[in-house]
Design a binder for this molecule. Structure first.
Ligand SMILES: *Cc1c(COP(=O)(O)O)cnc(C)c1O
Length: 219
């Protein structure tokens, strides 16, 4: 429920001594039935997250026609060959994680004269199956992206499922601070309050707003 989550965010902000408007609530609508997404739009929410380019491309142009400007964030792995569609569709990309993608985005940004806000994904748990640069490689990769004039606004992480998220959030905040980055995309349905305590600026919340995702992803 959107209202419940907003209230919990406000409480977490109060507990952390932070202003509630310091947190961007990204409602993660991947693979949710359209009527649930429409219901959240009808409650006035205008910031959403998607994991799959094809699914988002099939959904958001029509919803933007109907509801007006909606900020849509790409939070799933981005294939280089889908980068062109992605830069035309998304306001932010949270999963910049390799030089080949940075180079592609830089070329597209030059052609368009605009680029979505970018977050570098950091694999804080160094999990082999997970995307993201390793913490030890983050400073160099951020420098590489900045050298290409890419608008890197912050960092993103997905902590290991079987661990306490707090040390991972703290590690991400440390990398951001030493690189002068203000944005911290961290915290999901199960751990967003801890993320807010650790300095999150963007929380990505799906099932706690929309209900469980009951069918497999498309695209
Ligand atoms: C699906 C997803 C979320 C939302 O997860 P919930 O547990 O449903 O809140 C957040 N971030 C990323 C990267 C995701 O893929």
């Amino acid at each position: 429920m959107l209202e419940t989550i907003r209230a919990r965010i406000a409480r977490a902000c109060a507990a952390a001594g932070r202003a509630p408007d310091a947190i961007r609530l990204i409602a993660v609508s991947k693979v949710q039935p359209l009527d649930r997404v429409v219901a959240v739009l009808e409650q006035g929410h205008r910031v959403f997250g998607e994991n799959y380019v094809q699914e988002a491309a099939g959904k958001w142009p029509g919803l933007r026609d109907r509801f007006g400007p909606v900020e849509v964030h790409m939070i799933g792995p981005l294939q280089t060959n889908k980068a062109k569609v992605a830069v035309g569709l998304f306001d932010a990309i949270h999963t910049l994680d390799r030089p080949s993608l940075a180079e592609r985005l830089a070329r597209l940004a030059q052609d368009r004269g605009a680029c979505p806000d970018l977050f570098v994904q950091v694999n804080t748990g160094a999990e082999p199956q997970k995307a993201g640069v390793l913490p030890s490689e983050a400073d160099a990769f951020i420098g590489l992206c900045r050298g290409m004039d890419l608008p890197v606004r912050g960092l993103m992480c997905i902590p290991p499922e079987d661990q306490d998220s707090t040390p991972h959030f703290a590690a991400l905040a440390g990398i951001a601070a030493r690189n002068g980055l203000a944005g911290l995309s961290m915290g999901m349905s199960s751990d967003f309050e801890a993320a807010i305590a650790a300095g999150a600026t963007h929380v990505r919340i799906g099932s706690a707003i929309f209900g469980e995702r009951s069918y497999p992803p498309r695209g």
